[in-house]
Write a protein that binds this ligand. Structure first.
Ligand SMILES: NC(=O)c1ccc[n+]([C@@H]2O[C@H](COP(=O)([O-])OP(=O)(O)OC[C@H]3O[C@@H](n4cnc5c(N)ncnc54)[C@H](OP(=O)(O)O)[C@@H]3O)[C@@H](O)[C@H]2O)c1
Length: 271
């Protein structure tokens, strides 16, 4: 016996689906991993597909998203988000097999003009440090957007608002400076954690001892300016302590770094 099943098409549901923003993400690294999670959790986004040139990087995504490693299989979407290494954005965007779609990159340092002329251009830069293994909450992450046309800018604003409360319009020149500042406060500071951890390790002391200090340094910035928050021998100009530290430092790179930073702080507070 043949059973005929009829489906009722709910016009409200169809309209709802139509108002969702369809996304394809290109690249399967740190940023892509977190964007996929955030967009998948949003009811206003249809995450259509994830592309990576490398099949093995797609394995961990394949249960939740349709994936492809073939650029010719890319599906139709409202926004294509390129989240790949900065140096490859330009050449990769040239290889996309369609025209006049909105294609954005997620880089802080790359100009919007890096993107191919074949498509409409934009930027969707989440100002945060992303590592696959570390959870992030997008709600307070500034999403810096840029687009060549007003309708595209509106679409990126709507897209950003689905995951964050802080969507800001920033042009390529401003973003490059923002990224430069971010390198100082994140990458360089983290490198200094690394140096601190090496010094402790050489002396068989646990890095955990420094964590409350690191956390308080970060917390202070909520109520004080960086200038007001500074403490330490360089600010006080405690020469004996500085000399003692330099004597303790055996590694010439550590010594050079210590001297440069000390001089910079001294210059700021004791010009
Ligand atoms: N990580 C952050 O904290 C952060 C924050 C904000 C913005 N961003 C920006 O987001 C973008 C991605 O950064 P990420 O940290 O996610 O990078 P990532 O973890 O290093 O991942 C890079 C991805 O790019 C792919 N890729 C590299 N060259 C490619 C090429 N020529 N063609 C196709 N795919 C290529 C890699 O594929 P394979 O695995 O095959 O090499 C990988 O999937 C960058 O523009 C970066 O500036 C990063």
């Amino acid at each position: 016996m043949i059973t005929i099943i009829s489906y009722d098409i709910n016009p409200h549901k169809t309209n709802y689906l139509r108002s969702m923003i369809r996304i394809v993400i290109l690249g399967a690294g740190n940023v892509s991993t977190h964007l996929c999670k955030a967009f998948n959790a949003s009811e206003e986004i249809l995450l259509i597909q994830l592309y990576s040139r490398n099949k093995s990087s797609l394995k961990s995504f394949s249960e939740t998203i349709e994936t492809t490693s073939s650029i010719s299989e890319l599906k139709a979407a409202d926004v294509y988000i390129i989240a790949i290494a900065d140096d490859s954005i330009k050449s990769f965007s040239e290889t996309l097999p369609f025209n006049d779609k909105l294609v954005v990159h997620t880089s802080g340092s790359m100009s919007i003009s890096e993107l191919s002329e074949n498509n409409r251009k934009g930027v969707f830069y989440p100002l945060q440090t992303f590592t696959k293994e570390s959870e992030v909450d997008f709600i307070n992450i500034p999403i810096c957007i840029e687009a060549s046309t007003i309708p595209d800018l509106k679409l990126l604003k709507k897209l950003g608002r689905t995951i964050s409360e802080k969507v800001v319009k920033i042009n390529s020149d401003e973003r490059a400076k923002l990224h430069l500042a971010a390198v100082f406060v994140n990458n360089f500071v983290n490198h200094l954690y690394q140096k601190g951890s090496e010094i402790l390790e050489e002396n068989s002391l646990p890095f955990d001892l420094l964590k409350p200090l690191i956390i308080e340094t970060v917390n202070k910035i909520e109520s004080l300016s960086p200038k007001e928050a500074q403490t330490g021998p360089a600010k006080r100009n405690d020469i004996k302590t500085i000399e003692k530290h330099l004597h303790l430092l055996k590694n010439s790179t550590h010594k050079e770094l210590y001297l440069q930073l000390t001089k910079a702080i001294q210059k700021k507070y004791n010009p």
